[in-house]
Design a protein around this ligand. Structure first.
Ligand SMILES: O=C(O)CCC(=O)C(=O)O
Length: 348
């Protein structure tokens, strides 16, 4: 194949990826590199509440990240360069637990939620994996979720977060809609896609301050935070987000650069957390979460990381709250409610 034919084939592949990502055929134009001047750093808690995310940079040294990456690849039989996604990672891979209980990770989470974090069993190992479609992780994801307790239960501040540690990151990034965690209304996906097609992202580069005040203009556009190995991103699970890659300061549709992340979901000792845990463990049956290993559960209890409700099913007591949750197959709702009504949930 000639060089020109190779180049054309590469351009066609890129166009396909762009179409898959942004729903259009245009190539993203030159990215508006518009991270605005830093006005002062926000405390992690303030950044989380106001923006929906906060960042702790260089929490784990790169050399340690490399060691962790090697260990997890071995344990989870992940092949170098081969895409892989493992859920319920703490339950399945013993060395992942050492990261969960690492005071540096717990410290970053505690700084963000301002209370003792409880582990909610959701934990993923993602290798060369991108979740490229915009989404929330929280249970309610309807166009209008204003009746959902994720937003109506305002007496309890929402403190359910995902913490992601980037182990390998050449060009890995996370796109977020700043402030979208505060609104139960679905983000304007068409408008965001149009921004993305024209490359109008706000890029927060690897050396830019992420925990800061964002202008209204920045809050209305996709903001792409660029990760370095060892960084920890903590975000409100209601925040609209998706995986992106940033090459030389611009979002790219190429996904061939190294990316390896480990994530954990934590929350305060409250109903928002109980609902989140039970949603993944009991309602999203296709994900196949299993009971936590009793020895692991005992160890986590000793460390104060277990919710006071233990590993019980919140929806067994509150089946009506299932009406507001997103199910992959909504026709299963009634069956799920009946199963939960007849179940006795016990704490191991
Ligand atoms: O890194 C990515 O591709 C996005 C991951 C994501 O959406 C998540 O962990 O909830």
């Amino acid at each position: 194949m000639s060089t020109t034919t190779n180049a054309r084939a590469a351009a066609r592949r890129t166009a396909h990826r762009v179409q898959r990502l942004f729903g259009g055929t245009e190539q993203p134009g030159p990215s508006e590199h518009t991270a605005e001047p830093v006005d002062g750093q926000l405390a992690p808690r303030t950044a989380l509440v106001q923006n929906g995310f906060c960042v702790a940079r260089s929490v784990v040294p790169t050399s340690e990240c490399m060691w962790m990456a090697r260990t997890f690849k071995h344990e989870a039989t992940i092949k170098n360069g081969k895409k892989s996604k493992n859920i319920d990672a703490v339950n399945r891979f013993p060395s992942v637990k050492t990261v969960l209980v690492d005071p540096r990770i717990l410290g970053a989470v505690r700084n963000a939620i301002d209370t003792q974090p409880r582990y909610l069993q959701i934990s993923d190992l993602h290798y060369f994996h991108d979740t490229a479609l915009w989404h929330r992780d929280s249970p309610s994801r309807a166009e209008d979720s204003s009746a959902s307790p994720d937003w109506t239960d305002t007496s309890t501040p929402y403190r359910v977060v995902k913490a992601i540690l980037y182990l390998e990151s050449d060009e890995a990034a996370m796109a977020v809609m700043v402030g979208s965690h505060r609104s139960p209304i679905e983000m304007d996906k068409k408008r965001v896609a149009a921004f993305e097609r024209s490359g109008k992202h706000i890029i927060v580069g690897p050396h830019d301050e992420a925990n800061r005040i964002y202008t209204d203009r920045e809050r209305s556009r996709p903001l792409v935070w660029t990760a370095r190995p060892g960084d920890v991103l903590v975000f409100d699970e209601r925040l609209y987000h998706c995986g992106r890659r940033v090459r030389e300061g611009h979002v790219t549709a190429e996904t061939d650069a190294r990316k390896f992340t480990i994530s954990f979901v934590f929350g305060a000792d409250d109903d928002h957390s109980a609902r989140m845990y039970s949603y993944f463990r009991f309602a999203r049956t296709e994900l196949k979460y299993r009971d936590l290993d009793p020895k692991l559960s005992k160890d986590l209890t000793r460390r104060g990381l277990v919710h006071s409700a233990g590993w019980t099913n919140f929806f067994a007591e509150h089946p009506e709250q299932l009406d507001a949750v997103h199910l992959r197959d909504p026709s299963k709702l009634q069956e799920l409610k009946e199963t939960f009504a007849n179940s006795t949930s016990t704490t191991p």
